[in-house]
Design a protein. Sequence first.
Length: 170
Amino acid sequence: MIHDSSRDALRESAQVIQKLKEDGNIRKAAKVAAFYPITGEPDLRPFLKELAGQNKLLLPRTLDAETMVFYEVRDLDSDLARGRFGIWEPKAELPVWKNEIPVFLVPGRKFSIDGARYGKGKGYYDRFLALHPDSVKIGVAFSSQISEEPLALQAHDIRMNYIVFSKIKE
């Protein structure tokens, strides 16, 4: 997947990373379940490297059409391979994380300030997050992904606790 290397996207990604670094829930969490960014999402790779270096990073891998699991990742360069959808995922031989996940960083197509999220439509995150009702769920987005209007959710959609997003300074 190609990342948007435009100046705005790089600036916005840096803003998002700074907010994530300052987030108290992330700072105190023993593990953080994150996502490897694709086009249209903030480029979190520098932050992911930091989390991996602190032995705090968990990344998802899809196993089939409905199942996603998280793996411990310690090195982005050696622990990842292209997955089902061309997204970088943990290699299958890494240990599956079966313990508590205190914090999730969640991607999406669209978010609203009240925590509603539209994903990519396959339901991987909604199914997994439903298994972790007490975890803090943080939506991560560019400012362009934030809806001024509330988003209509379906019964199975999982709401984020809050959204971390960039602000473009005009």
